[in-house]
Design a protein around this ligand. Structure first.
Ligand SMILES: Cc1cc2nc3c(=O)[nH]c(=O)nc-3n(C[C@H](O)[C@H](O)[C@H](O)COP(=O)(O)O)c2cc1C
Ligand SMILES: [Mn+2]
Length: 502
């Protein structure tokens, strides 16, 4: 198989795998869907297709990415690490030696060549074409997510623009607050490519918004690629076949042919409207701020188009897995610039930009600090507020082990680096918006080279004795699962973990 062709193929697969529930009871897109979905997400429950949404003829799909399994299914991969491997295979290509390697190399090159989007002349996303006043956002079951949200928000769009200087396409996921039937706000944050395209125009910029694309394309819209790389290329590469695009009806922008719904329109320079409040992925309401206005000139759809949605809020929410996909998929690319980096983890509870745990192969004094600065210099990771550095043998995904290392190895006066730099647009903690403090915690082992005392050895049982006890466990007659645990808290049984946490 390959990743799903379009949203309908995806829905069919989810249904086959018992990963989707159709809800035919009438539900309100104002708050009610949020509350239902929140309970389902928190239980690792299925994707939901609401087929009877109050006030709209359209069905609403939510929670398509809500578990690790579904996120991997979206890529038709056994795990997110397997998706990353596909990328690292290409990134780490060496000149091939011998015929077999040359053939393999050619296959890899073909996978890159196939990632270029392909133009088609007609497409399902234009089965229905609505122009002028007929094109109305009132047709869509747009959710008002949280009680104090200013209005309904389109939450899972792929917003497509072109850089007016280079022509390079950009696709980004930027929420759109409904301002009326024919207009929305466009939440292009200060660090984002869509905003840069908009700022580079002198009059207005044409925009198309794809809703309900195949899941890989939807994911790609959220991926923090460098500005000069087209997100549809990444989608094509990850899908293993090009994204088909068709020219929009009223703007000179190509849109994914398989989209359920396409909004066409423009954003005029210097026309701003108040956006927010919005219950955000920070877990707090983002206060009102002025953002550009998107004007709808046409709306095209598949017949019986399905409207996709997502709710962000206090973590964990569905977007956790989109973030984890990015964490895994970008690891090989990060290693190209920071090869001493072994692994990293962006805790969901840290809303991704608040905390980054990295493990490194430490080779010289100050190496942890070097890596902190590298993180603060890398793409969107530059917005990271706290970086925790541990040694290569520490599992960065095991937060208890990380806390153990921080507690055991850190002299706060010596190992905590306080600095400053750019911060996430939505971060409410810094005194000033966009800029403030950052913290690096060096939890690696040190030694005389770095001016400390000799670092003590860690406690480890000998492999011989562990093997012996493994072998003899039944003989002792102790009614405890003796599978080797090495005393690590996170490998202990649940009741014990709870006790240890008191
Ligand atoms: C569900 C969801 C909603 C998002 N909403 C916004 C948003 O409203 N504004 C924004 O600038 N970024 C938002 N993001 C993050 C961007 O999609 C992400 O930074 C992406 O890399 C932007 O594309 P760009 O790098 O081409 O600018 C959102 C991400 C997700 C997963
Ligand atoms: Mn981009």
């Amino acid at each position: 198989m390959a990743p799903p062709r379009d949203l309908r193929d995806w829905i069919a697969r989810l249904e086959r795998e018992g990963e989707l529930v159709r809800v035919d009871a009438e539900v309100d897109p104002e708050l009610e869907i949020t509350e239902i979905n929140d309970r389902v997400v928190k239980h690792g429950g299925p994707a939901l297709l609401f087929e009877n949404v109050k006030g709209s003829d359209r069905s609403l799909l939510i929670n398509q990415f809500g578990t690790e399994r579904r996120m991997a299914m979206a890529f038709d991969a056994p795990s997110l690490d397997a998706v990353a491997e596909k990328l690292s295979d290409v990134l780490e290509m060496q000149p091939p030696q011998g015929l077999v390697e040359k053939m393999r190399g050619l296959q890899k090159l073909k996978s890159i060549a196939d990632s270029q989007p392909k133009s088609v002349r007609s497409a399902p996303c234009q089965d229905v074409v609505l122009e002028g006043d007929d094109a109305s956002l009132d047709l869509l079951p747009i959710q008002k997510c949280w009680p104090d949200d200013a209005a309904p928000f389109i939450t899972l769009p792929a917003v497509i623009t072109h850089d007016p200087r280079t022509g390079v396409r950009n696709v980004g996921m930027y929420r759109m607050q409904k301002l009326g039937p024919h207009a929305t706000a466009m939440h292009w944050q200060i660090h984002k490519d869509g905003r840069a395209d908009y700022l580079a125009t002198d009059g207005k910029i044409e925009v198309a918004v794809a809703l309900g694309t195949d899941p890989v394309t939807t994911y790609a819209a959220s991926a923090p690629l460098p500005k000069h790389i087209d997100e549809l290329m990444l989608a094509g590469f990850l899908r293993g076949e090009p994204v088909e695009v068709v020219r929009a009806k009223t703007v000179a922008v190509d849109v994914p042919a398989n989209a359920e719904i396409v909004l066409e329109g423009y954003v005029a320079k210097d026309e701003l409207a108040e956006e927010g409040p919005f219950g955000d992925h920070t877990g707090y309401y983002t206060p009102p701020e002025r953002f550009p206005v998107f004007h709808l000139t046409a709306m095209t759809m598949r017949r019986d188009a399905i409207y996709p949605s997502i709710v962000v809020g206090k973590p964990p929410q569905e977007d956790a897995w989109l973030g984890k996909a990015t964490e895994r998929i970008f690891l090989p690319a990060i290693k190209l610039t920071v090869p001493e980096l072994v692994d990293y983890d962006l805790p969901v509870a840290g809303a991704f930009h608040n905390c980054c745990i990295v493990s490194i192969r430490k080779a010289f004094p100050g190496h942890a600090q070097k890596v902190m600065h590298a993180i603060w210099g890398l793409g969107m990771l530059s917005l990271t507020k706290a970086v925790v550095v541990v040694d290569e043998w520490v599992d960065v995904h095991d937060y208890e082990e990380v806390l153990f290392r921080v507690g055991a190895n850190v002299d706060p006066q010596r190992d905590v680096l306080i600095t400053e730099g750019p911060l996430d647009h939505l971060d409410h903690a810094p005194t000033r918006q966009f800029y403030g403090g950052k913290m690096g915690i060096d939890a690696t082992h040190k030694g005389p080279q770095e001016g400390t005392r000799e670092w003590p050895p860690e406690i480890e049982m000998t492999p011989e004795v562990r093997e012996l006890v493994d072998r003899r466990w039944a003989e002792y007659g102790i009614p405890v699962d003796g599978a080797a645990g090495n005393g690590r808290i996170s490998q202990s049984p649940r009741p014990l973990r709870r006790l240890l946490r008191r």
